[in-house]
Structures are given as structure tokens and as C-alpha cells.
Design a protein around this ligand. Structure first.
Ligand code: FMN
Length: 425
């Protein structure tokens, strides 16, 4: 997880306490008696400078969109505005959230090699996936239950995606059904599938997405078991009566989302079945005329299997660190998945992308496009549709900046020669 405003405040308080101790006569006496440098000597100018930065950050919950410098600025707003349990649902990883942190830290493994004196007057960020050209390689990842973050939920997100011409992927457990989302987006979105462990439901969901015109089915395969402690901790802070809105027990509540309306859910026990395997993937592939993309692959072997089974696209993902404690940054899995896919299918990636440079690194390593999850939901929680638009605009602007810095005026120009893999891991 990123450093929160609360962390900044705690660090500031610690430093103030240190300085208070340093100024005390007792500390001066102890230093003289021991012959060691006093704590006062350690309170350097650098400390004071970092105090100033911490102070800025601590007070920096943006009040309006024009104050946002980068997408991380939206996290603090979301935390302030959302009920604790809802923010906890958004922020949580699994176990100690180590994979959430690994997703961010892993970008430091890759440095950029900048070329100079290239004409970057015009920068073209467009990409083509399955024959469709998008203005930008930045994709909105499927995120469940968006009305938990803003009253307009998926509709606000779809309108933002339309305004900024981004590809959007809609979750099976959305709080708005696929048809109104497609209408708000102005064209059919890609549909993400949690098949459940009842094949009748799988078929019904697929049929509905097909009827709605969705061209691509994204089967999520990385969410079979998880332990979300951060969510539980935030829930304990929430004093509201959850049952007012959550009418069903937590573990079944997702089966009451709009996409399950009218279906017999009595036999379903899970969204992501434990028993699915490559044969079930083939069965699904035979059942649909939509293109089939697997979301959640992180190894060469699985990428090879996917291609062998006729899968038409891959999203490298560890679910934003929510579904496993692998402690491996998603970007570190990218190269091997691309090798496994052998150039036969497009490979997208998500998990931890917060900067234009992050996106650039993935494109340089061979990704076709990059999906983002939490950042656009922070924007949604803070400011609704304009917040989502602002997040997308900032990421796009940052991408254009790094493309100019690196001397790559088009996405196709961003090759592996633009990154150095420090290979520390
Ligand atoms: C609150 C939340 C809900 C999510 N719901 C889904 C979902 O319904 N289906 C799915 O495939 N992925 C889901 N994801 C995972 C995202 O699609 C994506 O993989 C992840 O958010 C990317 O990491 P990032 O948040 O660090 O950008 C969810 C993520 C979050 C944060």
C-alpha cells in the first residue's frame, strides 16, 4: 500500500518527539557522559527538510481537482470520504499486504534509458487491441461494487471512460448491470467473468454479456482464495450498522448483484470456483463467441497453456495484491508471461500502476496496454465522474511526458532497449 497521510503524520510526530528529547538537558548530559554525539547533532538540516515535506503531505488532502498533482493525491481524499469498511475493501491486500507493497516497489527494479534529440513534437499514445484502436493504452480494470464508492458507481466511470476514450472492463459483481453501463460508455465494454461454481449461472452470464454486445470475455483466474486482514481491521472501525445496506451475509452478498438478477443462485457457493482447470477454460471457450482473455496469469507455463487452449489474450495480474501473498510485483512477472505467450496474443498488465513511468516500463517490457484499479476508484470516491476523468488525464499526461523524455513519439517505438533490468531479485 502507498504511504498514507496517517503514516506521514506518525513519522512527523516521531521526529518532533526526537527533537524534543534532543533539546532536553538530560540528553545533553547523557551525550557528554558517554562521549557519543548528542541526539541534537543527529537532528540535521535534512531532517528539518523532510519535516517540511511531511508537513506538506500531512495537510495535503486535496479539496478540489485542480490541486491534484498526481493520482496518489486521490487516495487520501477517498480515505477521508469513504466509510472505513468501504475504504478498507478498496485498500486491502491479503495477509500483511506485502504483495500490494511489492507491486509498487518492483518498479524500482527497472530503470529507463532515455534517448535524446528525437522529434517528439507530436506524441501518439494510441494502441490497437483486437482490431480496435484506443487513444491510450490505459484501461479501466474491473472493480466490483462501485456504488460503494460513489452513488453513481459504474455509470460515472463509464461516462469518464467515454469522455476520455478509454477501454473499460466491467466486473461480474458490479453494482450496475452491463446494459446501462454499455449505454453510458457509448459502446460495449469488455465483460469480466466470475463464473461461480454453478455452470448454469456461468452460461447465463456469458449469454447476457453476448446479448449486450460485449466483444471480449475476461475470465479472472487469480481469486480462488484470500485472507483480507486489512479489510477486517477497517470494518472494526466502522460504527455504522452494515445490515441496513448489506442484506445478505458477507460471503454470499456478491451473488445478489444486478447481473445475477433472475438467476437461481441457490446452488452457487463461490464466485471463483476451486474446481476450475484448463478443461473448464476450454469448455468456456467453446461456449462463447466473445474473445476469451484470462486475467491473473503470472507465469510462463500458464501463458503457454493459455495459448495452447486458444485463449486470445492475457492480463498479467495479481489482483492488485488482494488475492495472494506471493510478494512478487506484477511487473516482474511480465517478461516471462510475454515469453510464454510467444507473441501470439496481446498481453495486458495491472497491479500497482500509479505513474506514467510505470506504464512506460510495462510497455517497454512488451505489454500491449496497462489496466488500473484503485486509482480511478479513488478519483470516483473523491469527486465522482470528474475525479475519474482527472485520474485518467493525469496518468495520460505523465505517460506523454515520459515518452518525450525517452524520445519515443509513438507507443510502438517503446521497446525493451528503453529499460534496464537491475535484476536485483
Ligand atoms: C475494490 C476492488 C475490487 C475489485 N474487483 C474485481 C472484480 O470484481 N473482478 C476482477 O477481475 N478484479 C477485481 N479487482 C482487481 C482489479 O481488476 C485489478 O486487478 C487491480 O485493482 C489492479 O491493481 P491496482 O488496484 O493496484 O491498480 C478489484 C480490485 C479492487 C481494488
Amino acid at each position: 500500500m502507498t504511504t498514507s497521510v496517517d503514516d506521514e503524520r506518525r513519522a512527523l510526530a516521531r521526529r518532533r518527539f526526537l527533537r524534543f528529547m534532543a533539546a532536553s538537558p538530560l540528553a545533553a548530559w547523557a551525550a557528554r557522559a558517554s562521549g557519543l554525539p548528542s541526539v541534537l547533532d543527529l537532528t540535521s538540516a535534512a531532517d528539518l527538510a523532510s519535516d517540511a515535506i511531511a508537513l506538506q503531505k500531512a495537510d495535503a488532502v486535496i479539496a478540489s481537482l485542480d490541486q491534484a498533482l498526481n493520482v496518489l493525491d486521490f487516495e487520501a481524499v477517498a480515505k477521508r470520504k469513504l466509510p472505513p469498511a468501504h475504504f478498507g475493501y478498496l485498500a486491502t491486500g491479503t495477509d500483511d499486504d506485502a504483495t500490494v507493497r511489492a507491486n509498487r516497489e518492483a518498479f524500482a527494479r527497472y530503470q529507463l534509458r532515455m534517448r535524446r534529440l528525437v522529434d517528439v513534437g507530436e506524441v501518439d499514445t494510441s494502441v490497437t487491441i483486437f482490431g480496435v484502436t484506443y487513444d491510450t493504452p490505459i484501461v479501466l480494470a474491473p472493480v466490483s461494487s462501485q456504488k460503494a464508492f460513489h452513488a453513481e458507481g459504474e455509470i460515472a466511470v463509464a461516462r469518464a471512460a467515454r469522455a476520455k476514450r478509454h477501454l473499460q472492463i466491467l466486473s461480474t459483481v458490479s453494482s450496475t448491470a452491463v446494459e446501462p453501463v454499455n449505454e453510458a460508455r457509448g459502446e460495449p465494454v469488455w465483460y469480466q467473468l466470475y463464473p461461480t461454481d454453478d455452470w448454469t449461472i456461468t452460461e447465463a452470464l456469458v449469454a447476457r454479456a453476448e446479448r449486450a454486445g460485449c466483444p471480449v470475455l475476461v475470465l479472472t483466474v487469480d481469486n480462488v482464495a484470500t485472507n483480507r486482514e486489512t479489510l477486517e481491521r477497517f470494518k472494526r472501525q466502522d460504527t455504522r450498522e452494515c445490515k441496513v445496506c448489506h442484506l445478505h451475509p458477507w460471503d454470499r452478498s456478491q451473488l445478489y448483484r444486478p447481473m445475477f438478477a433472475g438467476l437461481d443462485i441457490s446452488k452457487a457457493t463461490r464466485l471463483s470456483p476451486h474446481a476450475w482447470n484448463w478443461d473448464t477454460v476450454s469448455r468456456l471457450k467453446d461456449r462463447t463467441r466473445m474473445k476469451l482473455v484470462l486475467k491473473g496469469l503470472v507465469t510462463r507455463e500458464d501463458a503457454q497453456m493459455a495459448v495452447e487452449r486458444g485463449v486470445e489474450g492475457i492480463v498479467v495480474s495479481n489482483h492488485g495484491g488482494r488475492s495472494e501473498d506471493s510478494q512478487r510485483g506484477s511487473i516482474e512477472s511480465l517478461r516471462e508471461v510475454i515469453e510464454g505467450a510467444g507473441g501470439k496474443v496481446p498481453v495486458l498488465i495491472d497491479s500497482g500502476f500509479r505513474r506514467g513511468t510505470d506504464i512506460f516500463k510495462a510497455l517497454a517490457l512488451g505489454a500491449t496496454a496497462v489496466c488500473i484499479g484503485r486509482p480511478y476508484v479513488w478519483g470516483l470516491a473523491g469527486f465522482g465522474q470528474p475525479g475519474v476523468e482527472k485520474v485518467l488525464e493525469i496518468l495520460h499526461r505523465e505517460l506523454v511526458v515520459v515518452m518525450r523524455q525517452a524520445g519515443t513519439p509513438a507507443i510502438a517505438r517503446i521497446g525493451s532497449e528503453y529499460v534496464v533490468d537491475r535484476g536485483r531479485w
